[in-house]
Design a protein around this ligand. Structure first.
Ligand code: F6P
Length: 547
């Protein structure tokens, strides 16, 4: 089926015409003209508040963007995804991470079978296991309690568990230290193992396919290390698996009762809600894990039920489309003003860039506009002292998503006041900038000589008009974190629909994987070097000589 042209759509063309005028706007003027701008361009849902008034948009811009969402079929596609249609067309799979957060009382038929009972059966098993580890009932081979959990996985089987454990560390069990090994670089595992006591360490081998070379290499090395200190009969107390492939898990030596399954309709980067979240469930406890799911479910309901005009994920997606496809923004800097969200930008890199880093539409024809921008960032206020300079005065237009919790999970009140002050000040500065007249007046007031003023003027002028969103939550809790992640998941979905791409495959990672297999054999001297280009041949030769 042919994917309709985006640029030929009436809504897109209307936006193009509108942009001819909007590109000359200064957002500070829009604020001055409309005292109600903040009220009009901010919304609340599922425990999150979104202020999008600092984007270069008017009410009319938003109306045209909502029309674009309608014309590209966002509402119908949304229903199709939630209903379990095979919206991942290149892999002929349903996309049902949203089912993982549905309450037990609901029903969802997939190929004629209700999948909710299976989901809750696994959740119940995770709960029992997590509570046994937390309570100390689950013991290591010499009878002591587990103290360290090592999650071995990569991509979605790593980023989600690690980011969420870090984000909710204030809810973490005090005895349990969480570790995450992902990189095939032996420096990762080798640095960790000497610090672990094999008798009190539990390994979670997390891999959807259970054939990912990084994860299996690390898992085998961890098992070999363990067996240097213990017997094979001790393995079941120390190795559990999370996967969709029972056959491969048992082949590895982990029994079925120590495996937590999930399903092929859960994409890797959408899998933290499944048994892939086991590390999180152990760290924060199953009740908190259920709160995490409930927070995401609240966002699902909001996404499904709120009109587009009041819909957080839709608005986040549409302001993103406006910034990317009309204003020419090349990247989004994610700026969480919360230390515990320090891994959130990295998590979003996979979620957004692996999902929407595509150049062809579902029908295989080229996308006519730019797709996913580069996603990057770090916590505020650290970023302010590193790369915010470029955001304020650099030559690229970079959009910013500020994220903050109003109440901290510590008692250092003065820090929180300063943190939030910085967050709000940066978004104000990005928007307002400082024009030449204001800079000149400041320097005159400081008594600077006229020639210094004129010399410094261009350097001290800020163009402003840098678009940003601000997402606020009352406090960072399992529920608000769940809602926050789901907000971005649905944002990605809406943008994928508008661009006409499949957000749920990732063929781009395959080529490098295949070439690496061949080169690994050549480096291990098991195969004669193939004829690569002279650069690759030269690099292989140098490594062969050194290894
Ligand atoms: O990077 C490709 C990818 O398939 C991701 O989508 C996935 O999260 C990751 O590899 C890990 O895959 P698995 O869980 O199967 O080991």
């Amino acid at each position: 089926m042919r994917t309709p042209s985006l640029t030929a759509s009436a809504a897109f063309q209307a936006l193009q015409q509108h942009h001819a005028e909007a590109k000359n706007w200064q957002v500070r003027d829009l604020f001055a003209q409309d005292p109600a701008r903040f009220d009009e361009l901010s919304i609340e849902g599922a425990g999150l508040f979104l202020d999008y008034s600092k984007n270069i948009v008017s009410n009319q811009t938003m109306s045209l963007l909502f029309a674009l969402a309608r014309e590209t079929g966002v509402e119908a596609q949304r229903e199709a995804m939630f209903a379990g249609d095979k919206v991942n067309r290149t892999e002929q799979r349903a996309v049902l991470h949203t089912a993982l957060r549905k309450p037990r009382s609901e029903k969802l038929l997939l190929d004629g079978k209700d999948i909710i009972p299976d989901i809750h059966a696994v959740l119940d098993r995770m709960g029992v296991f997590a509570e046994r580890v937390r309570s100390g009932e689950w013991r290591g081979f010499d009878g002591r309690e587990i103290t360290d959990i090592v999650n071995i996985g990569i991509g979605g089987s790593y980023l989600g568990p690690k980011m969420t454990c870090q984000a909710l560390r204030s809810f973490g069990h005090p005895r349990l230290v969480m570790h995450f090994v992902s990189n095939v670089d032996g420096h990762d595992l080798a640095a960790l193992l000497p610090r672990m006591d094999p008798a009190t360490t539990l390994f979670i081998i997390a891999s959807k396919g259970f054939n990912t070379s990084e994860t299996m290499t690390n898992a085998k090395s961890a098992r070999a290390w363990f067996l240097q200190h213990a017997n094979a009969s001790d393995l079941p107390q120390h190795f559990v698996a999370v996967s969709t492939h029972l056959d491969l898990v048992t082949e590895f030596g982990i029994a079925a009762e120590n495996m937590f399954p999930f399903w092929d309709w859960v994409g890797g980067r959408y899998s933290v809600w499944s048994a892939i979240g086991l590390a999180l469930a152990i760290s924060i406890g199953i009740d908190n894990f259920r709160e995490f799911l409930a927070g995401a479910h609240a966002m699902d309901q909001h996404f499904q039920q709120a009109p587009l005009e009041k819909n957080l994920p839709v608005i986040l997606a549409l302001t993103g489309i406006w910034n990317r496809n009309f204003m020419g923004s090349t990247s989004i800097s994610i700026a969480p003003y919360h230390q515990d969200l320090r891994l959130f930008p990295g998590y979003l890199q996979q979620l957004e860039m692996e999902s929407n880093g595509k150049r062809v539409k579902v029908d295989g024809s080229p996308v006519e506009v730019a797709t996913c921008p580069v996603i990057w960032g770090d916590v505020g206020t650290n970023g302010q002292h590193a790369y915010f300079q470029l955001l304020h005065q650099g030559s690229d237009l970079i959009a910013v998503d500020f994220i903050a919790a109003l109440k901290p999970s510590h008692a250092l009140e003065s820090h929180q006041v300063l943190l939030l002050a910085n967050c709000f000040a940066q978004s104000e500065a990005f928007m307002r900038g400082k024009n030449a007249d204001e800079v000149r007046a400041d320097m005159q007031a400081q008594g600077l000589p006229v020639d210094s003023i004129e010399q410094l003027l261009p350097h001290r002028t800020f163009p402003g008009n840098r678009p940003s969103n601000t997402i606020l939550m009352d406090a960072l809790t399992p529920a608000t974190l769940g809602a926050l992640i789901a907000l971005y998941e649905h944002k990605v979905f809406v943008q994928g629909v508008i661009w006409g791409i499949n957000s749920f495959d990732q063929w781009g990672v395959e080529l490098g994987k295949l070439l690496a297999q061949n080169i690994a054999a050549e480096l291990a001297q098991q195969a004669q070097p193939a004829q690569h280009d002279s650069s690759t041949n030269g690099l292989i030769a140098r490594a062969r000589a050194a290894l």
